[in-house]
Design a binder for this molecule. Structure first.
Ligand SMILES: [Zn+2]
Length: 367
């Protein structure tokens, strides 16, 4: 088997630009998946995350709830029968609401080479021996989409989330986050925040009883591209509502997502031509139409645009571009607050970097 087959799966990120750094993401599940003929029903998750760099300030923060459980537990794990386990909203949930903070059961190093598999298995077993019985049971309750008979390696490969630590890139395994299924139009965003572990926020209003899903992949892909990516990395066929579309709806969905890819690629060359704001607004428009206004996707678009506008504005001494950079930085932070909460390290970093003028403007707007 190829060495990379033993790598804990990552999904592609929204913005694979040099200014962004890979970040941990998503996890497992099954309810939106159809079993592939040649394999067991897959459960898993993961996704890349992008690091936002410096940006001017913005006005949000206190509007969003920052406490889990202030209105009762927002979700419950549900058994979907043949479709496996998943998570559903236990009550109505508001956009931006914090759903879960969860520390990993354990962290182990990443294994990217099949020749190191035995050593990796030993490392996992050593971590498991330190777990209390309850956590050990939680671990064995997780899915293994790689082998018919559950194995420790298979469970970690299926459920492990990449985590960046001071000691290096690690893999974390979570008892609850791992229950969130994938959707190609997700209503939950997950981010890793060192103080809390994996943190999940609703990125749009969710009605009681609706399934809560994260995404494991780059959503700016057509259905076939998404299906290929999910099968290749996670070994399942996605059967989410977006993937089940037919006829004109499917054609429109594919067209918009392809357009998002194209616009994302065009942005670096559009900014020097003074077309950055138009491209960014068009991206946001398409995200609103096709991805339900996905706050994480918008945040990365706005931030990427802001960085480009700022860099080119500074290099060319163009004050208008620099002002546009501030405008889109504010938009980026607004979306980050929704997707990750006001306390996320990204939000804090952005807030601290905001020019005083923008903060003053923000306070005035709120007054
Ligand atoms: Zn799908």
């Amino acid at each position: 088997m190829a060495a990379l087959a033993f790598q804990v799966p990552y999904s592609t990120c929204f913005w694979a630009q040099p200014c962004f750094r890979a970040r941990p993401k998503g996890r497992n599940g099954t309810c939106n998946k159809e079993e592939v003929p040649e394999a067991r029903r897959a459960k898993r998750s993961s996704m890349l995350r992008n690091t936002l760099v410096v940006i001017p300030w913005i006005l949000y923060k206190s509007r969003m709830r920052s406490r889990v459980g202030c209105r009762g537990k927002p979700f419950e794990v549900h058994d979907f029968g043949d479709k496996g386990m998943g998570v559903v909203a236990a009550r109505d949930i508001q956009k931006g609401e914090l759903l879960l903070r969860e520390q990993p059961l354990f962290l182990v190093s990443q294994c990217r080479d099949s020749r190191q598999l035995d050593a990796w298995e030993n490392e996992i077993n050593a971590a498991l021996r330190k777990l209390p019985e309850h956590d050990l049971q939680s671990f064995w309750n997780l899915a293994d989409c790689h082998t018919d008979e559950k194995s420790v390696v298979g469970i970690v490969r299926t459920n492990g989330l990449p985590v960046e630590t001071a000691e290096g890139d690690m893999v974390g395994v979570y008892p609850t986050v791992s229950r969130f299924n994938h959707s190609c139009n997700n209503n939950v965003n997950n981010s890793y925040q060192e103080e809390y572990g994996e943190v999940l926020h609703a990125i749009r209003d969710v009605a009681k009883g609706e399934e809560l899903c994260i995404t494991y992949i780059d959503l700016f892909m057509t259905r076939q591209e998404r299906q290929d990516a999910l099968r290749r990395t996670f070994n399942f066929k996605c059967a989410c509502p977006t993937c089940l579309q037919t006829g004109q709806a499917l054609l429109r969905s594919n067209k918009v997502r392809q357009r998002l890819q194209d616009l994302r690629s065009a942005l670096p060359s559009a900014v020097p031509q003074r077309l950055g704001p138009r491209v960014l607004e068009k991206i946001a428009e398409h995200i609103d139409e096709e991805l339900g206004g996905n706050a994480a996707a918008k945040a990365y678009a706005y931030h990427m645009g802001s960085q480009l506008l700022r860099d080119i504005g500074q290099s060319e001494g163009d004050l208008e571009l620099q002002q546009q950079a501030t405008t889109f930085a504010e938009k980026a932070l607004a979306e980050v607050v929704v997707a990750e909460g006001p306390e996320s390290w990204v939000s804090v970093m952005l807030r601290e970097s905001v020019p005083k003028a923008a903060q003053t403007r923000g306070h005035s707007a709120k007054a």
